[in-house]
Every structure is written in C-alpha cells, then in structure tokens.
Design a binder for this molecule. Structure first.
Ligand code: NDP
Length: 393
C-alpha cells in the first residue's frame, strides 16, 4: 500500500489521478489532497477518498473551507496556505506526490517533495522550466525519483533504454528526441485571422481535455516550447537533441530515434490516465481505465514541421532554452501573465507572443542560480509583462 499526496487535486490532472487511484483501493491510499478555489469539488473529493489532510492554498478561503467540510461530513484535518502545501508534500508517511498545481505556484511544494526524496510524478512542467538545474540537482541530492507525467515526456521515458543514464544520449545510441505536438486548434486556420481568436475558441483543444492555461498554451504552442525546455532538463539533453514534430492525431505521444535508424514510439489514446497510471505503478503497469487503441478505426497518422510564423511562442521558448535559466524563468512568468490577461479578455490572442517577446527584450541578460534569484526573476518578469499589458489599453 503506497500513500499519495495529490497537489492540485481539483484540476484536470488531479481529477484523473484520483480516478486512477480509485481503481486500485488495495494499492494506493490518499494522504492529502490540495486545491485553491474549487472548495465544493475539493470537499466532494475528500468525501470520496478520505484523506488525512485537505489543504486549501488560498488562506482567505480557510473559514469557508472548514464550514463546507462540516457540511459535507469530511473528517480530514483542514489546513491552508503555502506552508501546509509543503508539509503534505514532504510528510514522512507519504510515498508518492503528484505535482499537478498549475504554473509557478507549484514550484515550492514540488521542490519540497523532491527534497524529501519522494517519488514525484511531475505534471507541473512550469516548476522545472523555472528552476531547471536547481530542481534536478535537488532530486539528485535527495535521491528523489522523478517521473514525467506530461504525456510526451512520459512517452520519451518509456522509449529510452532501461539503463539510460541522465545526459548520456550519445552513449545510449540516441540521435534525436522527437517531441510530438498536435499543433492545437489553429493548425490550419488562416494566420491573418489570429487576431480575432476568441477565448472560447482557444479553450477548445481538438484532442485533449485539460485546464484552461495549458489549453491556451497548446493553442499558441507555448506548451510545446515549455515541454522542449522540460525535456532538456528531464533527460539531460541539449536543444540540438530535440526536434518538434507535428502529429495532429495525438496518438503517438513522442519518439526516440537511434543511430541505427530505429525509431521507438509510444502510442495510446489521448488520455492522461495512461501516463498517470504509469507514474503511480512504475516500474509495473496497472489498469488506467483507458480504452486501448483500435488500429482498425485509425484513418491515418500524419506528421508535419511546425511553422514558426504560426507559432511564434514556440520559437521564443526554444530560443529562451538556448539562452539559459534567466530567459526560461522569465518567459514562463511572462506567459502566465499574458495567458491570464487573454483569458480575462484584456489582450488579444496574438498579443500573448508580443508580451512574451517584449518582456524578454526589456530585461538584461543575467545568470541565475539560487532559488532566491529565480523567484526574483519570476517576480520581475511578471511586473514587466503587466506593464506591457497596461500599455496596450
Ligand atoms: P488545472 O487548471 O485544471 O488545475 C490546476 C490545479 O492547481 C487546481 O487544483 C487548482 O486549484 C490548483 N491551483 C491553481 N492555482 C493555485 C495556487 N496559486 N496555489 C495552489 N494551487 C493552485 O490544470 P491542469 O490539471 O490542466 O494542469 C496542471 C499541471 O499539469 C500544469 O502545470 C500543466 O501544464 C500540467 N499538465 C497538464 C496536462 C493536462 O492534461 N491537463 C497534461 C500535461 C501537463 P483550484 O482548481 O481549486 O483553483
């Protein structure tokens, strides 16, 4: 029996994680679940999975959460705030931590789990994009097991040799990591109409059902850019080792190409319960509740190269990856602010890339190493991005 903390339980990944766990009551017990604003859902989840702790990140909602817990008959201890997130991520009783808070808010609790040597199922890519070397070094030092949940990275992980050593792509005979992406809902839309893209259109992904931020990131392909940076850190690869391939059907989740000409791909229906189940049970396999691929019904698999004019955010993120940690921390922060402003209908879809690029251009190059410096750069980039957005109106 393994005990699990689910950070970001009320989100898309969090709900899928609790779904997989509920299918294996003899193997997994929920220790803690966390949410931020969706208190009703959080309490319904608590009622269903009986955790020891329920954490509400937003301290202002503590009283409401306690009242609601009583109404729902939830017996778990109700905690709130950042410190509580760190505590349930690092508690001695916990074996596995699902890191599924969205955005930079996930960094500190995820790092707490890493430092406490947990098996960390990493969905929160922004944490790694922000802190790169620091995050990986912390995992190496503590001996934490880091398992990628992003479907692409999970696929790459499955396609690597079992004895793969971090960063040793060449000695493993790997010639390239092929990071696939669907191209989002606007892959074929006339570029001249991108200014008119609405929030509703951008929040509708053709293949995946996800949270709003990552769905918009998928439409701009910033998500692929963040994944590019994430892949470099997760596998110790360089930017030259990774190629982005468009694959609109989202059934091949990524591939690894070897020097002998072999390409190993991982396939499956686009359902996040597959990588989640893989992460939970690794190195075993468990039922995820996912329908298997039916090859008699698949019309075709197609591939293409992304056009950077269509996806300027992808180019910005790859350039930031080549530039270094300050740039990746900044673009992640600027993008979070820009996507938030787009979702609030303050800026246009095409302005997201403008905000990201201008934020990077306005900030001086520098080297960042410590957590303090990373958080400062995150904060500074948010201020610059907000200033740029104010300039639009
Ligand atoms: P959602 O927006 O659906 O969920 C986000 C979760 O984070 C919710 O539980 C939310 O709480 C919580 N949260 C939001 N803000 C804060 C905060 N300030 N402090 C603490 N908790 C907070 O996101 P997804 O599940 O889609 O994505 C989660 C992460 O996984 C992201 O990093 C994303 O990039 C990554 N990912 C997601 C995939 C997917 O299929 N969804 C695929 C691959 C990666 P509440 O809802 O209660 O406000």
């Amino acid at each position: 029996m393994q005990t699990v903390t689910v950070l970001g339980a009320t989100g898309s990944i969090g709900c899928n994680t609790l779904d997989v766990i509920s299918r294996h009551p003899d193997d997994y017990r929920v220790f803690a679940i966390t949410g931020n604003s969706q208190l009703d859902l959080l309490m319904q989840q608590a009622k269903a999975c009986s955790p020891r702790f329920v954490v509400v990140a937003d301290e202002a909602l503590f009283d409401d959460a306690r009242k609601l817990a009583a109404d729902y008959g939830v017996t778990a201890d109700i905690l709130c705030g950042q410190r509580a997130l760190e505590e349930v991520a690092s508690a001695g009783e916990v074996d596995i931590v699902m890191a599924a808070i969205v955005g930079a808010a996930g960094l500190i609790p995820t790092l707490a789990a890493v430092k406490a040597a947990k098996k960390v199922l990493l969905a929160n890519k922004e944490a790694l994009v922000m802190s790169g070397a620091l995050f990986i070094d912390a995992a190496k030092q503590s001996g934490a097991t880091l398992l990628p949940i992003d479907s692409e990275h999970n696929a790459i992980f499955q396609c690597l040799p079992q004895d793969f050593e971090y960063g040793n792509l060449q000695s493993a005979g790997i010639s390239s990591i092929l990071l696939t992406g669907s191209g989002g809902p606007f892959r074929e839309r006339e570029i001249s109409t991108f200014k008119e893209i609405t929030v509703e259109e951008a929040c509708h992904h053709p293949n995946w059902d996800m949270g709003r931020k990552i769905t918009v990131d998928s439409a701009t392909m910033m998500n692929k850019g963040l994944e590019f940076i994430e892949a470099c850190w997760l596998f110790g690869a360089s930017a030259d080792d990774i190629t982005v391939v468009l694959h609109p059907q989202s059934m091949i989740h990524s591939m690894v190409q070897y020097v002998d000409g072999s390409v190993i791909a991982q396939m499956g229906n686009p359902d996040m319960r597959t990588p989640i189940a893989y992460g939970l049970a690794w190195p075993q396999r468990i039922d995820a509740g996912v329908e298997t691929l039916d090859f008699s019904k698949i019309a075709s698999f197609t591939f293409d190269t992304p056009c950077m004019e269509r996806y300027p955010n992808l180019k910005l993120a790859i350039d930031a990856c080549r530039s270094g940690q300050a740039a990746t921390t900044r673009i992640n922060a600027a993008n979070e602010v820009a996507v938030g402003a787009f979702l609030n209908k303050q800026i246009r879809f095409t302005d997201i890339a403008v905000v990201n690029e201008e934020t990077l251009n306005k900030m001086e190059p520098m080297t960042v190493c410590s957590l303090q410096q990373i958080l400062e750069q995150d904060h500074a980039a948010r201020e610059v991005a907000q200033q740029i957005i104010r300039g639009f109106s």
